[in-house]
Design a protein around this ligand. Structure first.
Ligand SMILES: Nc1ncnc2c1ncn2[C@@H]1O[C@H](COP(=O)(O)OP(=O)(O)O)[C@@H](O)[C@H]1O
Ligand SMILES: CC(=O)OP(=O)(O)O
Ligand SMILES: [Mg+2]
Length: 401
């Protein structure tokens, strides 16, 4: 079965095409910097044991243009992996927010699509892009079953004491105001990899997803018991453009004293804060470069970023009443060995001991970068949200669940 998976982010589209049941994709790609002056596509084709890479820079004003370009690359005469879009039987989409109505893998109907659009208010960087991705995929792959997989699914096992806010119950009961949690597909994927690596199905682990968006989860025996994002993907860690945890008094102050309206506060917290707000750069590679050049605001931002992660490790170790492993994943977590080192520094009381040499080795495989004496394993696990989504799509089509 040909399953095409689309992960539409705020400024990017990641995709992979699987000939299921093979879990190795036949092609994959990344469309970056959508809407900026120059966009870029990296398209990889894996056929007959060989990898062919096509890189292009071009102007892509929006996600629709990006998706059209991906459609052409899939069917292009010289490098195409299919001849006709009708060969794709299912398209799996990553959706960040499904609200109260949707958290399990679902076949797209007009109602599902409308709900995804309606929830844009709670995930303003993501749901609008997902809606466009879905609409264009329905046009290009008109014969395929369109399926959505929600970031919130893995966090559904949290107990009420973790997902409720301390405000009157009617806001939860009548309006679904609660912690949902996000990046669930990634937390689930790396959890399964970690448990199998540790050979310990009941392990207590903390998964640390550090991409453009960042979140952590406390996972007990494979079940999520707490996570750092909340009603929307804004709470918790400091991110590329998002502030994470912030006292709500700041909102009142901005509105009542500085004349902000609520839309401006939304834009400030979601799009102009985090590393961008503190340093002028949202991309961690640029922030680290500035730190190495002696930039003080970049150094402070990095200190804040790391400190926030360390606080969550402490609180999740307490919530779990023990810890077998911490797992680093996503763009920053997988690649920035210096950030992993800072997070694990002077954590002896928790039992975490990083092996600096092992940590500095670059590799895209599951690896243990802790010392042999470390009571808590430190794992680096490349995430693969697209593979997990393809698996969910196949299971839904095969078993109806
Ligand atoms: N070698 C690296 N060192 C530090 N940060 C990196 C490195 N490679 C990628 N990143 C960072 O990873 C982030 C993007 O991660 P990714 O998981 O692709 O995010 P998203 O899926 O949210 O777009 C960017 O901030 C980027 O700078
Ligand atoms: C939920 C979220 O923050 O996703 P991303 O990291 O792709 O922005
Ligand atoms: Mg991501």
């Amino acid at each position: 079965m040909n399953i095409f998976v689309v992960n539409c982010g705020s400024s990017s589209i990641k995709y992979q095409l699987f000939k299921w049941p093979s879990t190795s994709p036949i092609c994959s790609g990344l469309v970056e910097r959508i809407g900026l002056e120059v966009s870029a596509i990296t398209h990889k084709v894996y056929l007959g044991g060989e990898e062919k890479v096509i890189k292009k820079t071009l102007e892509l004003p929006d996600h629709e243009a990006g998706m059209q370009e991906v459609g052409h690359l899939l069917t292009a005469p010289e490098i195409g992996v299919i001849q006709d879009p009708a060969e794709i039987e299912a398209v799996g989409h990553r959706i960040v927010h499904g609200g109260e109505s949707f958290s399990t893998t679902t076949i797209v109907t007009p109602e599902v699509k409308e709900e995804i659009k309606r929830l844009s208010a709670l995930a303003p960087l993501h749901n609008p892009a997902h809606y466009v991705g879905l609409t264009v995929a329905q046009k290009i792959f008109s014969q395929a079953t369109q399926i959505v997989v929600f970031d919130t699914a893995f966090h559904q096992t949290m107990p009420a004491k973790a997902y409720r806010y301390a405000i009157p119950a009617k806001f939860y009961e009548d309006h679904g105001v609660r912690v949902y949690g996000f990046h669930g597909t990634s937390h689930k994927y790396v959890t399964e990899q970690a448990l199998s690596h540790l050979q310990k199905p009941d392990a207590k682990i903390i998964t640390i997803h550090l991409g453009n968006g960042c979140s952590m989860a406390a996972v007990d025996g494979g079940k999520c018991i707490d996570t750092s994002m909340g009603l929307g993907p804004l709470d918790g860690l400091i991110m590329g453009t998002r502030c994470g945890n912030i006292d709500s008094s700041v909102v009142f102050y901005l509105v009542s004293q500085l004349g902000y309206d609520i839309e401006q506060v939304d834009t400030l917290f979601n799009k102009r804060s985090g590393m961008l707000g503190l340093t002028g750069n949202s991309d961690m590679r640029d922030v680290l470069k500035a730190v190495h050049e002696g930039d003080e605001s970049a150094q402070l931002a990095l200190d804040m970023y790391v400190y926030r992660i360390r606080k969550y490790i402490g609180s999740y170790a307490a919530a779990l009443n023990g810890l077998d492993a911490i797992v680093f994943t996503a763009g920053v977590g997988e690649n920035a060995d210096d950030i992993r080192e800072l997070v694990c520094e002077n954590m002896d009381f928790t039992g975490i001991q990083l092996d600096k040499e092992k940590n500095a080795v670059r590799a895209s495989v599951v690896r243990d970068v802790s010392t042999p004496e470390s009571r808590v394993k430190v794992l680096v696990i490349p995430t693969n949200e697209e593979l997990e989504i393809a698996k969910e799509c196949f299971e839904l089509l095969e078993t109806g669940e």
